[in-house]
Every structure is written in C-alpha cells, then in structure tokens.
Design a protein around this ligand. Structure first.
Ligand code: PGA
Length: 250
C-alpha cells in the first residue's frame, strides 16, 4: 500500500531560531500516526539542528535542493553525502521555483534524480503546469512531458524512494487551490502514466501528493480523493497549528 505523506516546504522563510521554534511547536501538538509520513524541509544551514530536534519524533527532514555531483570543485553547492551525514532523509527536486528562478531544466533535474536514487536518497519530485498551460487545456501534455524527460528516463523506480508531487504553478503561493476534482483528475492521469511505464504494482505503490495553497480548510476534501496521497505544503507549513491540522486531515 502506498504511503500518505504531508511535507512542509519552508522555502527561504525562517532563520535558526524560527526553525527550532517551529519544530518545538510542531512536536508539542504532533500525535504520531504511523499511517502518515510527516516531513519538513528547512534551509540548508538548519538541517543538522533540525534533524537532531526531530530525532525519535518520526518527522523526516528533507533538503530543498542537492547538487547533481557527488563531490568536487562546485563552490557553494551541497552533496547527497553531506546531507546524509547529517541524517537528512531526502530532497525536494523539480520545484517550479527552482525551475523558474534557477533555470533547473529537465536535463539537470534528471541528473539530480538519477544521482539521488542511485545513492538511495529519497526524492520528492515536483511537476506541474503553468496557468497558461491550464487555460489552453495543455496541463495533461505538460505533466506527461515533464515526466517523460525526467522520471521516465529511469528504468527502475522504487516507490519507497520516489514520491511525485503534482504542483500546478498557478496554485503555488497564490491562494488558488486546484479543486479536489481537478487534483483527482490529474493525479489519476499521472498514476496511469506510471502504470504504462512501470506496471500496476509500481503505480499503485507510488505516492502522488498535491501542492499549491493547501490550507487546513481545503486539505480534507483534496486528501479524500482516491489518487491524492497527501500534500506538499508551503505557506501553511509555517504555522505549526495549520500544518498539524493539515496532517490530521489525512
Ligand atoms: P504553497 O506552496 O502551499 O505556499 O502554495 C506549495 C509549494 O510550493 O510546495
């Protein structure tokens, strides 16, 4: 059975003290549910402290980026081994903000994906269409194309190590959320693509989570949909109560 997942993407929003406070507040109200994987993604400088604070809490700590090389002269970059050495559990890749502002294209994302999976580092891989794509009814083509140029280039995937996050760009940080029906429609489409590429066993076991302005009052209806296995939460993950309310909506 595939996992339910709620991951908080803190982006570039909180400093050391704020990160620690957020984790402490989450820990106070978080009642571990073995059926839901809860993750947070703090910024690089706070990952070590965050992973120490989360020890024993069953909260996974993710990085927001990783380099596609394992070691070497890459000033300013961070490798998988570095992250693993401080007990970081995985990485968010393909986020639209990285694609758009840092020119991360499908080729680079494929390399990051390959090196992560080869090194047993779990990937939360984001795909999603722009508003223009959606308005032109191109959203199915767009996500298919993103998958074909990245994930589908890999012959063997392990659902334990790869989560797909469908994040329509028009819903990220805008307050606009895909309706539960829109989310279900495209999640089902993504699952069918996974099934065509890898067979039913893999597609049934791969978690596909939704991201884009999920709030406590919208989470339940979206998470109830059959092919939505949880959420990638930006803004609302900066409020411990909202984040935990979202986790409890699963
Ligand atoms: P949001 O961000 O919840 O603030 O829309 C989601 C994301 O970027 O993952």
């Amino acid at each position: 059975m595939r996992k339910k997942i709620v991951a908080g993407n803190w982006k570039m929003n909180v400093d050391l003290n704020e990160s620690a406070d957020l984790i402490m507040s989450i820990k106070k109200i978080y009642d571990h549910n073995p059926d839901v994987e809860v993750c947070i993604a703090p910024s690089f400088p706070f990952l070590k402290e965050s992973s120490e604070l989360c020890q024993g809490e069953k909260i996974k700590v993710l990085a927001q980026n990783v380099n596609d090389n394992l070691k070497g002269a890459f000033t300013g970059e961070v490798s998988i081994h570095m992250l693993k050495s401080i007990n970081v559990d995985g990485v968010i890749l393909g986020h639209s903000e990285r694609r758009e502002y840092y020119n991360e294209d499908d080729d680079l994302l494929l390399r990051k994906l390959e090196v992560s999976l080869e090194n047993n580092f779990k990937v939360y891989f984001c795909i999603g269409e722009s508003l223009e794509d959606r308005e032109k009814n191109n959203h199915f083509e767009k996500v298919k194309n993103q998958l074909e140029k990245t994930v589908f280039k890999i012959d063997n995937i392990d659902p334990e190590n790869l989560v797909i996050a469908y994040e329509p760009i028009w819903a990220i940080g805008t307050g606009l959320t895909a309706s539960p029906e829109q989310a279900q429609e495209i999640h089902k489409y993504i699952r069918n693509l996974l099934s065509e590429r890898y067979g039913n066993k893999i597609s049934d076991n791969t978690s596909i989570i939704y991201g884009g302005s999920v709030k406590p009052n919208s989470a339940r209806d979206i998470f109830e949909k059959q092919d939505v296995d949880g959420g990638l939460i930006g803004g609302a993950s900066l409020s411990p109560q909202d984040f935990i309310d979202i986790v409890r909506s699963i």
